[in-house]
Design a protein around this ligand. Structure first.
Ligand SMILES: [Mg+2]
Length: 282
């Protein structure tokens, strides 16, 4: 989860001002969390509160609650229109909007971080996604991201990770980061964000390098780095302390509280990272 938030904050200043090299400051004064973080926190908050009372309408109420707390964080136009209607329409009649936007993959990391079996991961990713992104590509983007996080955490062979994703989801992961940097353009769909984010992780040497790869290809930088960061966190299991410190100090108290509570739940999966989260969110 924190890997996603780090990617969002680092990428925030490059989304509309692409920076096609790996040389840049990870954090400047203007670096800030955006919609990617808010939606990820909403999903984590829902998972933490879910005990014995799950349900998709409740999940939407969490997305709505966090949207209302932070309504100006560069949400997509369609998401904004959809979530605003939650005020007007009774929740049982609230329909998904058939989205295949990369929003489904940007918010999915808490599902994968809090689960151990692949079967449950795929089911829960679908459950969380189809409240809004019920298009087949929207569900696929979230399931592929979530399953790569679970595999990255539990399996350490990148070749196997890659083969699993290619065979199960049919994504083309054959490009290199250098090739993407030449041709990639702004795109907010799952099908043109998730594979690219995965390539940026596969080619990386550590967590920071993965985030630098993601920003360096351009495009929807905050969301790309968010998805890449969520996978890289699971795989490397270590994030430099100063990066966590810089990230957490840019978060408001209510988001820090969710982070703390979430890492209490998942600390056996992420022991080193959880320790740093506790240190900076207390
Ligand atoms: Mg964003």
């Amino acid at each position: 989860m924190i890997g996603a938030i780090i990617g969002d904050i680092v990428g925030s200043i490059y989304e509309f001002n692409n920076h096609k090299t790996k040389e840049f400051d990870l954090f400047i004064k203007e670096s800030t969390f955006t919609d990617d973080t808010v939606k990820t926190v909403a999903v984590a908050d829902f998972i933490l509160d879910e005990h014995g009372n799950p349900g998709q309408p409740r999940l939407i109420s969490y997305l709505h609650k966090w949207y209302k707390l932070y309504p100006n964080e560069s949400y997509g136009a369609k998401f904004t229109q959809w979530i605003k209607n939650f005020d007007k329409i009774h929740y049982v009649d609230f329909e998904p909007y058939n989205s295949y936007g990369n929003g489904s993959a940007m918010r999915i990391s808490p599902v994968a971080d809090s689960i151990s079996s692949m079967k449950a991961c795929l089911e829960n990713a679908k459950f969380v996604t189809e409240v809004s992104h019920n298009h087949i590509e929207g569900v696929k983007g979230a399931q592929a991201t979530a399953s790569m996080i679970v595999l990255a955490r539990d399996e350490k062979d990148k070749e196997e990770l890659l083969n699993y994703i290619v065979n199960k989801f049919g994504y083309d992961l054959s490009s290199t980061v250098n090739e993407l940097r030449e041709v990639y353009e702004y795109n907010e769909t799952c099908q043109r964000t998730v594979p690219e984010a995965m390539i940026c992780f596969i080619e990386s040497t550590d967590f920071e390098d993965a985030i630098r790869n993601a920003v360096s290809i351009g495009g929807d930088s905050d969301t790309l780095a968010c998805i890449t960061g969520s996978i890289a966190e699971a795989y490397y299991q270590e994030i430099p302390e100063w990066i966590i410190e810089e990230t957490v100090k840019r978060l408001p108290a209510n988001i820090k509280r969710v982070l703390f509570n979430f890492y209490e739940e998942v600390q056996s999966q992420y022991p080193k990272i959880a320790e740093l989260i506790f240190k900076y969110t207390l």
